[in-house]
Design a protein around this ligand. Structure first.
Ligand code: ME8
Length: 511
């Protein structure tokens, strides 16, 4: 894969119930990284989709009186519609019930058999259908006579059945070596440490087939066994690139994946099982697993089973998608959990969107309209305070690529807020309105520099606020080709006079 290609994925979602804010968060986060790389002239492939096999889905379909595939068709479409509604810029939407995925899973299975990493035995232990995960006895807690996973809190059941196993134990040392060589394979560092400690405490072989239900991909040559849904699901990242056709342009251009964005609850699968499967199958593991925290409501994970859901569609219809995207990205701290509420969403809209970004634009646009007939000539002489603003902005922007290469979106947002703050202060200090009669050239310089700043701010933030930033860049008459990050390398956005167009109020304050 070339250095200028970037393959990024969201988790593929279980279509077992309707999507909620946690799903929207995970997807928007990945979307922001995808858009950042596109703005930075990378060739990006961005994948999302649905994870449709396994007992969890079979049970959800039965409960709703549907055949599994009919149920998946129905719910998968709801996830696809949500992707549109939240402005995901995904290039593909994969469903694990598609034949392209089936081929890919069979190939991986055959490779693992060929490498001697799979053997037949019997599984005896705990299983959580909700997590589709096996748990050791020391990971189980008992409450009111019922057993739960101490890790996720989901209920577990005792399973005893014939099963194929993957020799995960034999990959322990190689995984630790892999983490050691690839120091940034797992971010944030706290999650990396968690994974390394877990692997060091010893890995058991992993059951990779089930025989007590039918909804899934059958083990080749053995009709009784269904391939474990996580081995099936993880392979989606390869299937979307037309693996096993390794001569396919997509595979050649985009594997290994640059970044899998996932929640902390599915870290083990991505940071331990996935690289182990791939190393065993002699396929390069992905470059980065970034694990985000949970969206909480109060202090609880937002999820259907807890009944504390903020419905993303309702919030978008009331407040707008730009507003929700910005709020979620700002409010949830890097790699940690974040508690959200409508009250803090409203505060964020008022303080950041209306007062900071919106006000900066509106005051400059209306001044230029009223005093300069919508045209500002090119800056001629740079004053000390112009220079100061330009240098302060450069100092902030020069770190942005590194910040985003570590998925530190909070610092990115802080940087953009800071540029907006500095620009507002510059305008207040320079008082262009006082120069109309005395120094029209200086007034023009200040306005030109302010518009250049506005363009930078809105290009940076259009990774998050996708609709209203376009309105501003259109009103600046900035051609589409120039809406990229070349200014991060010191290039100017406007080399000439700037003609502006009408700009409506961007963000309405909520009272
Ligand atoms: O785990 N806050 O699917 P899923 C933040 N099919 N993120 C949340 C969340 C919350 N309240 N609730 C869920 C699966 N998520 C598998 C993935 S990938 C090969 C297979 C996140 O629908 C969760 O952390 O249960 C996970 O990353 C994603 O939503 C999908 O959850």
């Amino acid at each position: 894969m070339s250095h200028n290609n970037f393959y990024i994925t969201t988790p593929i979602y279980y279509p077992s119930g309707e999507p909620h804010m946690g799903h929207a968060y995970s997807s928007i986060l990945a979307d922001v990284f995808a858009r950042f790389k596109r703005n930075d002239n990378f060739k990006v492939y961005f994948l999302t989709g649905t994870d449709e096999h396994g007992l969890k889905i079979q049970k959800a379909a039965e409960k709703n009186n549907y055949a599994p595939l009919d149920y998946c068709n129905k719910i998968s479409k709801i996830f696809k519609d949500l992707a549109n509604k939240i402005n995901l810029s995904n290039d593909d939407f994969i469903r694990t019930t598609e034949s392209r995925h089936h081929k890919s899973v069979i190939d991986i299975w055959n490779r693992l058999v060929k490498s001697g990493d799979i053997y037949l035995s019997k599984y005896k232990g705990w299983y959580s259908v909700s997590d589709e995960a096996y748990y050791n006895a020391d990971e189980i807690i008992e409450k009111d006579g019922k057993k739960f996973s101490a890790f996720s809190g989901s209920s577990v059941e005792w399973v005893e059945e014939d099963s194929f196993f993957f020799k995960l134990s034999s990959w322990e040392k190689k995984l630790l070596e892999f983490y050691d060589i690839n120091k940034k394979f797992i971010l944030p560092v706290s999650r990396r440490n968690e994974v390394i400690n877990f692997v060091k405490s010893g890995l058991k072989d992993l059951s990779v087939s089930r025989t007590s239900f039918t909804w899934g991909i059958k083990v080749p040559g053995n009709n009784k066994h269904i391939i474990y849904v996580w081995l099936d699901a993880l392979t989606n990242y390869l299937s979307a690139l037309n693996y096993p056709n390794i001569n396919d342009e997509l595979y050649k251009n985009f594997w290994p994946a640059s970044l899998h964005v996932i929640g902390k609850d599915i870290l083990r699968f991505h940071a331990i099982y996935w690289p182990a499967f791939l190393l065993a199958a002699k396929i390069d593991p992905p470059v980065r697993i970034f694990s985000h925290g949970w969206i909480l409501s109060g202090d609880k994970k937002m999820s259907k089973s807890k009944g504390n859901i903020l419905n993303p569609i309702e919030v978008i219809d009331t407040y707008g998608i730009d507003e929700l995207r910005y709020y979620l990205m700002k409010e949830v701290p890097h790699g940690s959990d974040g508690s959200i509420s409508l009250k803090s969403l409203e505060n964020c809209i008022n303080s950041d969107l209306a007062n900071n970004y919106g006000n900066l634009c509106q005051r400059i646009f209306s001044f230029i309209k009223n005093n300069c007939s919508n045209v500002v000539s090119k800056t001629k002489n740079i004053s000390t305070s112009d220079k100061k603003l330009i240098e302060q902005t450069e100092k902030i922007t020069k770190d942005l690529r590194n910040i985003m290469d570590e998925q530190n979106l909070n610092n990115y947002i802080k940087s953009v807020i800071n540029i907006s703050f500095l620009t507002n202060k510059y305008i207040n200090d320079e008082e262009p309105w006082k120069l109309k009669k005395t120094n029209i050239e200086k007034m023009n310089n200040i306005l030109h520099i302010s518009l250049e700043q506005i363009a930078k701010i809105y290009i940076l933030i259009n990774t998050i606020i996708t609709n209203k930033t376009t309105k501003v860049l259109d009103a600046l008459n900035l051609n589409k080709k120039s809406r990229n990050f070349s200014f991060l390398d010191g290039k100017k956005i406007f080399d000439d006079k700037i003609q502006i167009s009408e700009l409506d109020i961007l963000f309405k304050k909520i009272s």
